[in-house]
Design a protein around this ligand. Sequence first.
Ligand code: SAM
Length: 244
Amino acid sequence: LYVEDGLAEGRTLGLARDQAHFLRSVLRLGPGAKLAVFNARDGEWLAEIEGLGKGWCSLAVGAQVRRPGPEPDLWLVFAPIKRARIDFIAEKATELGCSLLQPVMTRFTAVSRVNEERLAANAREAAEQCERLTIPQVRPTRSLGEVLDDWPAERRLIVCAEWGAARPIAEALQAVRAEDQDEAQKTAGPWAILTGPEGGFAESELDALRKLPFVIPVGLGPRILRADTAALAALACWQAVLGD
Ligand code: SAM
């Protein structure tokens, strides 16, 4: 269970209403039940339910079971798609180690509003399920142009698009990894992946992206993937080539 509060042996924690409800009514736990609580700052700790009722729960924190460790610095920048498919993206990106979710409006994005709170809730649930200690940060939705204007130059951006003759993603990432090793750099450095909407990127967007020094244009194979499949495929490739 993810908790914001500081964790230390002997502390008593009061849980948020939705978490108390989850423990009581979904998992049907009662006083004395054991569980694990975590956050990025303090790691993972054992805890025992001291008391629980409708909308409240208090936990006694026991021993630490995992210290916080290094996590990948990988952003997913994606054009929003319809709701169920965004839920899928948030869940799978969290499982695949993504550290930040940035929805971006592009020329052909058909969705007009993104529920960032819902994205964050999905990411939190997925983090709990896959036992990672951190939860991806969810940034407010912005236009692609704004995001690129503020882009930190050291963060490489893998752009999945219909480029025509772009390198396949695994080959492109292996090439970067080989170059980095030559230069004794850390490939662990910051990364990001960009995927487009169901209508794809506009030619003008691809032209602008092509000119940016931090962009690595890649292809995801010969078939046109749905936007959520594309995000998942790119994250899995990143993980396979550059992840721990
Ligand atoms: N309407 C576009 C077209 O016909 O070319 C397809 C868009 S696709 C459904 C949605 C997004 O997934 C694309 O913008 C791109 O980011 C990514 N994508 C899907 N298939 C891809 C592939 N084979 N290579 C690279 N990116 C791909």
